[in-house]
Design a protein around this ligand. Structure first.
Ligand SMILES: [Zn+2]
Length: 350
């Protein structure tokens, strides 16, 4: 097992199987124009305003901040899902370069959607194509079936197949997306990432890997996915709320246990390990933790364990509380400046 056959206080690098690095600047953002009363409201009043406000400079520092926070949490690989409808072209390179500079592995995708019109969906598809054609590590991103026409879903599926990668898509996160099951049934393949799956039927008939994001699901009040009922491999993601995967494991365990008092932490621990199916190289990364042993039953309840040393691809990228490749202080300062620009834009947005 990748996570627990090493030295007593070591693991492989952890994998965040669903992230939105563009949201790293969001903490502290101005309140939405009115209090959201539903998941759809949260999307429309918070996230779909934030993504429209992003430019490439904000994105660069948001991605660097997110990459820094990942490494500080022992997470060496991020599967990112990105949207910035007013800064599409080149956005995946900005994210990939930002992560490379900090030293974290990333798998990028642009979330295609028809909610800004056909032309914007085409540009999103083209950004995925351009990035993959240039040799970038990634997948084809789709926001979700409920914001896409059927021809867009088909085009994304074909594009992914052409490049030998899967589609990374939100599926049945809320009740707005109940049709996802039927609409994706004939398209989905084993290499797809089906994110959330909260409202999928047990006998959904989809192919792929479910990515469970327990804290995000609770925050959005969409319900409990109980992902182990879905009959597919399950990985863990944060849905953009940092990349602290031991913490997400603890939340996954607590939420599972609330659902089933007989459940053990070994099940959500196995969900962490599924991340290596998506970014296999991370299994060779090393994290030395402040103390051991690395044991799901202990870690489900020990909340203060921290990485001391992080090695990615044989290189030490974090030691004694410091990044080795990039200047964490500079990243935090520049990210704070970009956050102020972003917040000012949001204040003025109608
Ligand atoms: Zn997401």
């Amino acid at each position: 097992m990748a996570l627990d056959d090493l030295a007593a206080n070591e693991t492989s690098g952890l994998v965040c199987a669903h992230h939105h690095l563009y949201s790293a600047l969001a903490p502290g953002m101005p309140a939405p124009p009115r209090t959201p009363a539903s998941f759809r409201d949260i999307l429309e009043l918070v996230w779909w305003r934030l993504d429209r406000a992003l430019d490439l400079e904000m994105l660069e520092w948001s991605a660097k901040l997110g990459a820094l926070e990942a490494i500080e949490s022992g997470t060496t690989a991020i599967v990112d899902h990105h949207e910035s409808p007013n800064a599409i072209e080149g956005s995946l390179d900005v994210i990939a370069n930002a992560c490379a500079e900090v030293g974290v592995r990333v798998n990028c995708s642009y979330g295609v959607t028809d909610r800004h019109g056909k032309e914007s969906a085409q540009r999103g598809l083209e950004e995925n194509r351009r990035y993959l054609a240039s040799g970038g590590t990634g997948m084809v991103g789709v926001h979700a079936a409920f914001t896409c026409e059927s021809d867009t879903l088909l085009a994304a599926s074909e594009l992914a197949q052409n490049y030998g990668v899967g589609v990374h898509i939100h599926v049945a996160e809320g009740t707005d997306d109940l049709q996802a099951n039927d609409r994706l049934k004939d398209l989905s393949r084993e290499d797809w990432l089906l994110v959330h799956g909260v409202h999928l039927e047990d006998d959904h008939g989809l192919n792929g890997c479910i990515v469970h994001n327990p804290r995000s699901n609770m925050n959005n009040s969409v319900g409990y996915a109980a992902p182990h009922r879905l009959g597919l491999p399950i990985a863990l993601g944060t849905d953009g709320i940092g990349a602290a995967m031991l913490e997400e494991f603890r939340i996954a365990y607590a939420r599972l246990r609330e659902h089933d008092v007989a459940a053990t932490p070994e099940l959500p621990w196995s969900w962490l390990e599924t991340g290596y199916r998506i970014i296999p190289e991370a299994v060779n990364d090393r994290v030395t933790w402040s103390h051991g042993p690395i044991d799901p039953w202990r870690l489900a309840f020990q909340t203060n364990i921290k990485p001391q040393l992080v090695e990615i691809d044989g290189e030490v990228v974090y030691t004694e509380g410091q990044l080795t490749r990039a200047d964490a202080m500079e990243i935090r300062t520049k990210a704070a400046e970009q956050a102020q620009r972003l917040f000012a834009k949001l204040e003025n947005m109608v």
